[in-house]
Design a protein. Structure first.
Length: 146
């Protein structure tokens, strides 16, 4: 399988994961740990954590396919696109705060300040991701739907 095909599969899968991740993020932010419908906070947290784990693997794969493993931090620093650099920085912040929030939530099963901060970072990250997708929509149409 070529690198282009791998990137195509990765990008399509990222598109499919981004929407439910956005919905679960909004739900977690709106409810702030309170139950919604027939689901409690623990259920939403588990869904969100699973989606987040899948998204992390896909994002790392996406970065790897673009930059490889060697010197990728230097390659990211050399990018001309400031939003893409910001996405990389937010990804790192979101990952660290998400792990901290998940550990806290598993220990206490309550929404935390770290979770609230993670939620804000995540919503900004997803908003910029949507802009990243829109900017590259020509590539997606040209390559993903063949």
């Amino acid at each position: 399988m070529t690198k282009a095909n791998k990137l195509k599969i990765c990008n399509i899968t990222l598109l499919l994961v981004t929407l439910p991740m956005l919905v679960s993020s909004i739900q977690m932010e709106v409810c702030g740990g309170k139950p919604l419908a027939n689901f409690g906070f623990a259920e939403y947290m588990a869904i969100h954590a699973i989606l987040g784990s899948v998204m992390i693997v896909l994002l790392i794969t996406h970065l790897y396919l673009h930059f490889g493993w060697q010197n990728w931090l230097q390659k990211i620093k050399k990018l001309k696109s400031k939003p893409t650099k910001l996405l990389c920085a937010l990804f790192l912040l979101m990952f660290v705060s998400g792990v901290a929030s998940l550990l806290h939530n598993f220990a206490s099963m309550e929404h935390s300040v770290v979770g609230a901060i993670h939620g804000k970072i995540g919503l900004v990250f997803l908003a910029i991701c949507i802009g990243h997708i829109i900017k590259r929509w020509w590539w997606i149409k040209k390559n993903a739907f063949k």
